[in-house]
Write a new protein. Structure first.
Length: 269
């Protein structure tokens, strides 16, 4: 009977012992894939702007690919903003609940303005904010009922309160668009030099809402910056079709505001 030498598993050494083969010679060792930082499902203003600039030719200095460290940093900034907001909101709610019926009108107006600002801030934060926004709306409704009671019988005051309510409702509807909330954020990540590329990158609904934030002079400046940006980013005029559509909408809104057609047009548009 032939002596088993272990050839199937190894080979004999000079001393007669079996030496096992190095498994790496036969099988590729599975190396763990590096963990990637995921995008947030409900991002805040900083992460939204980071993703807006990502691989976007309208932002020449923007990131070309996702960088984990950069993504973690914008997520950290959004988390800090959320934590600060929750603390401020708790203080604001406590102040509103403790407001005496005999409070001075200036105190009531100040609190109303801060609640409006808190709602504006909440619309741009990370995570789900519907409960916080609903709490702010309820407080404002209670305060507005008290103010209306005080203005009862004064037609002018009643009309002004109605106009204020309509303006607030319109403003709150605009804030449902993340772009509007990002532009109005107290510490907006969108710098003045990034306004044109941001609007040229916007979704149509967000752009329409954002246009209500600008007056004629501001729109004229944005249109000029957008034309210049597109002339540099897409001189041939064949790559950034959607951005050129956004520019056309900016130009149309400016013409509407100015009450007359724009002189000339964007070359290559």
């Amino acid at each position: 009977m032939e002596e088993y030498t272990g050839r199937r598993l190894g080979r004999r050494t000079d001393r007669g012992k079996l030496r096992m083969p190095i498994l790496q010679d036969h099988f590729a060792i599975a190396r763990p894939c590096p963990m990637r930082v995921p995008f947030s499902q409900l991002p805040g203003a900083h992460e939204r702007h980071y993703r807006r600039k990502l691989a976007n030719p309208l932002f020449p200095d923007g990131p070309g690919a996702v960088d984990d460290d950069a993504l973690l940093e914008v997520q950290r900034l959004d988390h800090e903003a959320l934590v600060a907001f929750i603390a401020d909101l708790r203080r604001l709610i406590a102040e509103a609940v403790g407001l005496p019926p005999t409070a001075e009108s200036d105190q009531v107006l100040s609190l109303k303005e801060r609640l409006d600002k808190a709602y504006e801030t909440a619309c741009g934060l990370a995570d789900e904010q519907e409960r916080n926004k609903a709490a702010i709306r309820r407080l404002l409704e209670v305060m507005m009922r008290a103010v209306r009671t005080g203005a009862s019988g004064d037609p002018r005051a009643e009309a002004e309160l109605e106009q204020e309510t309509q303006a607030r409702d319109l403003h709150y509807r605009l804030l449902e668009h993340p772009l509007v909330a990002d532009l109005l954020a107290p510490e907006s990540p969108i710098g003045p030099d990034e306004l044109a590329p941001t609007l040229l990158s916007a979704e149509p609904e967000g752009l329409e809402a954002a246009l209500d934030l600008f007056d004629t002079g501001q729109l004229a400046l944005i249109v000029a910056q957008s034309r210049d940006l597109l002339s540099r980013s897409d001189p041939g005029g064949g790559l950034l079709a959607e951005a050129r559509d956004r520019l056309a909408r900016l130009e149309a809104r400016l013409a509407d505001c100015a009450g007359q057609p724009l002189p000339g047009g964007y070359e290559g548009h």
